[in-house]
Design a protein around this ligand. Structure first.
Ligand SMILES: [Mg+2]
Ligand SMILES: [Zn+2]
Length: 229
């Protein structure tokens, strides 16, 4: 370790959301807005107000699409998603500092894997939902759904289950995110880098958080030891 290595209270580990965090906007919302299948807006409203679980809502939204639209939906996302500035630099920073980086996403494999492909993140460091195009309509699958210890429930991809694999006495747990899929995880971690709805939620609940715009902001803060105050 050199003198320039930032000092953390414990081994840091990063859990980073995908939609609206690594990408500039939420890809699921973008697809719904673009193709506008009847009924999607009420489902999003219910998810954001937490009256419908994320798992149920996301499942219902994709059921609005016939499986035959797979190529169309996929290419719409791949052609329109932008990556937030500083993302490759943050991955480099993590490598240089031996900080594990996990993508913890409530999004879907068919667009996440292709969009992350250029960045060389190992597959076992990417947690997201799955998809099945073999039926009439697009069906979302849930390979990482809630464990018994999740008191939130219906997460779809359960971020708290992933976070709990890194015990708090050994790890300085850091979550990066922007919205409703991050709410449950934000309550568990030592520090949140937040945008958008997640900043409001952290303020409301008094959770330690640092609002950010680009990943460069996060690198700068990590360089100073990533303290919450
Ligand atoms: Mg998000
Ligand atoms: Zn859960």
């Amino acid at each position: 370790m050199s003198d320039t290595t930032p000092r953390f209270p414990r081994q840091p580990v990063l859990f980073c959301d995908f939609d609206g965090t690594i990408t500039l906007s939420d890809n699921i919302v973008a697809v719904m807005k673009h193709f506008n299948p009847p009924g999607w807006e009420n489902i999003v409203k219910d998810i954001l107000s937490e009256t419908k679980s994320i798992q149920q809502g996301v499942g219902e939204m994709f059921q609005l699409f016939p499986s035959s639209m797979k190529e169309e939906v996929t290419s719409y996302i791949l052609n329109n998603a932008g990556i937030r500035a500083g993302f490759p630099e943050l991955l480099d920073w993590c490598k240089r500092n031996d900080v594990p980086f996990y993508v913890t996403s409530g999004g879907i494999d068919f667009f996440i894997y292709p969009l992350l492909e250029p960045f060389g993140i190992p597959a076992d460091h990417i947690y997201c939902n799955g998809s099945d195009f073999s039926g009439e309509n697009i069906t979302i699958t849930w390979p990482h759904s809630c464990d018994e210890e999740c008191d939130h429930g219906g997460c779809g991809m359960c971020k708290t289950a992933v976070i709990r694999r890194f015990p708090t006495d050994r790890y300085y747990r850091i979550l990066i995110g922007d919205s409703v899929t991050d709410f449950a995880g934000a309550k568990l971690v030592d520090l949140v880098y937040s945008r958008s709805h997640l900043t409001d939620k952290c303020q409301e609940l008094g959770l330690p958080h640092i609002p950010f715009d680009t990943f460069h902001d996060i690198i700068r803060h990590l360089e100073q030891g990533g303290r919450s105050e």
